[in-house]
Design a protein around this ligand. Structure first.
Ligand SMILES: C[S@@+](CC[C@H](N)C(=O)[O-])C[C@H]1O[C@@H](n2cnc3c(N)ncnc32)[C@H](O)[C@@H]1O
Length: 263
């Protein structure tokens, strides 16, 4: 099978260790849409956002370009997982999502920067209910706040990752400040000014390493035979972390933009 996504080779580690988004974000987003019949979670991965959205909507369609990721989809009676290969046309995607004006909420959690953005937004505009439908995109970044020494090592790793970054990674590193977002603000970030949120998470050193190993550029470098997380680098992280047995509460920074289709 051809590789579709930078996460294809690291799905298990990815699913086991990535942070869960707080429930109150989904209550907040759900309060912004007028109807609650259908939601679409794009770039769903293992569906962690999809199942949270399903608490507020009658049905959720969860899509991803990666079949290995979809195989990890958390089963939920109201969530339908569908594969969307890049060959799918806009019309086919619109039909798959129930046609024009059918989706109340679109969520894209830590994924839109990998998409063919013009194509995705074009489909989003067509399927969103008008008026009343809302699209929300967000990402957490790799700059996990621990202490200055730790952040210094992270920055160095980020530099080493540069040759292996896929197109779109710059949006992520720029914290979505330059992400195109041609939608009307609903008071939760807007184009050029993402809302900044925080996601606290208890993390062991092992989990931290897994998060770093499953980062897209680190995984891509590995596929090219380059190990960016050598024993020496791991040792440096371990020292800055405070030892491999320490469990820390760390903060992930999150950047979110939400909007409706411009009239
Ligand atoms: C960082 S993961 C996020 C997964 C999930 N939304 C979460 O927050 O845990 C990014 C996901 O986007 C998917 N992806 C990448 N490019 C895509 C595209 N063009 N269309 C749909 N999904 C894509 C990847 O396969 C991966 O599952």
């Amino acid at each position: 099978m051809a590789m579709q996504s930078p996460y294809d080779q690291v799905t298990k580690g990815y699913v086991a260790t990535r942070p869960r988004y707080p429930d109150q974000w989904f209550s907040k987003l759900s309060a912004l849409t007028s109807r609650h019949a259908l939601a679409w979670d794009a770039g769903t991965g293992n569906g962690q956002a999809a199942i949270a959205v399903a608490e507020h909507y009658e049905r959720v369609i969860a899509t991803d370009i990666s079949e290995p990721m979809l195989k990890q989809g958390i089963p939920h009676p109201r969530v339908q997982y569908l594969h969307t290969p890049p060959s799918l046309s806009e019309d086919e995607m619109v039909a798959m999502l129930g046609g024009e004006n059918s989706v109340d909420l679109i969520t894209v959690a830590t994924a839109v920067h990998w998409f063919d953005i013009p194509k995705f937004y074009s489909v989003a505009r067509r399927v969103l209910c008008k008026p009343g439908g809302v699209i929300a995109v967000w990402t957490y970044t790799d700059m996990i706040e621990v202490n200055p020494e730790f952040e210094h090592i992270l920055r160095r790793l980020r530099e080493a990752c540069k040759p292996y970054q896929k197109p779109g990674a710059q949006y992520f590193f720029e914290e979505y400040r330059n992400l195109p977002f041609p939608f009307e603000s609903v008071g939760l970030g807007c184009e050029g000014q993402p809302a900044q949120l925080e996601m606290p998470r208890e993390m062991s050193f092992e989990t931290l390493l897994s998060v770093l190993r499953t980062a897209s550029a680190v995984a891509t470098a590995k596929q090219h035979g380059v190990d960016l997380l050598t024993d020496d680098v791991v040792k440096e992280f371990e020292t800055a972390w405070g030892g491999s047995d320490l469990v820390r509460t760390v903060k992930f920074k999150v950047f979110m933009l939400a909007g409706t289709v411009k009239a």
